[in-house]
Write a protein that binds this ligand. Structure first.
Ligand SMILES: NC(=O)c1ccc[n+]([C@@H]2O[C@H](COP(=O)([O-])OP(=O)(O)OC[C@H]3O[C@@H](n4cnc5c(N)ncnc54)[C@H](O)[C@@H]3O)[C@@H](O)[C@H]2O)c1
Length: 259
């Protein structure tokens, strides 16, 4: 028996990277997957390759969520995966001293407002059955300070907290609607291209990124998808309000050697 048979699963930011890997994993386990993304061209192509549905959705756009709710009134699993670092255009540093307010707000609109709207959509789409799984993509950056990506780190920390509010709210209503956050670090997807853009030696720049990771490599999107699959499935019915790290051991210790 497949693990997600007949479950309706909505995934944001599913055109590529981690979101696409989650869509593929859910589809392979019998789910009715609805891929959504702001990039309709890449999203349509990804959905067509899978034989799944696509719905264009900018997660920061409340009206777009309302349109999705009319199209998909019931859901069993919602993965709030879409996110940006805000570092893509390289016009301004994103440290606490120099981040423009407009860029601070843009990162929070997509990462945090998008997750809030996604959770609200999910609760409304799940409460008729009284059960479901909401999975929010936070980050290792939501658990530690990141001086060069302060807006991203702040938004991911807020996602971690909101996840727990949603979990407690749903439990308090007597619903078996669970909500958990995943905290990846260094998963090899296009998001990293922005980080190393302009580096003279791409391989050296990538190796430097994981030099402090105990497993000494980048993670793969399918490894994150395996964790999302567990949370989505009925094997995880007692897991709610939790945060799950997937980071090659990075948060287990410190880059500083013990004295
Ligand atoms: N890759 C990593 O190392 C890593 C680490 C920690 C957390 N994450 C988180 O995992 C999630 C996926 O990251 P990824 O590495 O696959 O990134 P990615 O850049 O490869 O993919 C992100 C997807 O989100 C979509 N998107 C961007 N803005 C959107 C919007 N406003 N509305 C809807 N879709 C939008 C993009 O079109 C893209 O398809 C993000 O939330 C990211 O912060 C990634």
């Amino acid at each position: 028996m497949a693990r997600l048979t007949n479950k309706i699963c909505v995934i944001t930011g599913a055109a590529r990277g981690i979101g696409l890997a989650i869509a593929q994993a859910f589809h392979a386990e019998g789910a009715q997957v609805i891929l959504t993304d702001i990039d309709a061209v890449e999203g349509e192509a990804a959905a067509a390759a899978l034989g799944a549905r696509f719905f264009p959705l900018d997660v920061a756009d409340e009206a777009a969520w309302d349109a999705l709710a009319r199209e998909v009134p019931r859901a069993d699993v919602v993965v709030n995966n879409a996110g940006i670092t805000g570092l893509g255009d390289h016009t301004h540093p994103h440290d606490p001293e120099n981040t423009p307010l407009s860029e601070w707000r843009r990162v929070h609109q997509i990462n945090l407002d998008g997750t809030f709207l996604g959770c609200r959509f999910a609760i409304r789409a799940m409460k008729a059955t009284g059960k479901g799984s909401i999975i929010n993509m936070s980050s290792r950056s939501g658990l530690v300070g990141i001086p060069g990506a302060a807006a991203y780190a702040s938004s991911k920390a807020a996602i971690r907290n909101h996840t727990k509010s949603v979990a407690l709210y749903c439990a308090g209503q007597g619903w078996a609607i669970r909500c958990n956050s995943i905290h990846p670090a260094a998963i090899m997807t296009p998001i990293w291209e922005q980080m190393i853009a302009g580096a003279p030696n791409r391989d050296a720049a990538l190796a430097a990124m994981v030099a402090d990771t105990p497993l000494r490599r980048f993670g793969r999107p399918d490894e994150v998808a395996a964790l999302a699959l567990l949370l989505a499935s009925d094997e995880a019915t007692y897991i709610t309000g939790s945060e799950l790290d997937i980071d090659g051991g990075l948060l287990a210790g410190s880059a500083a050697s013990p004295k």
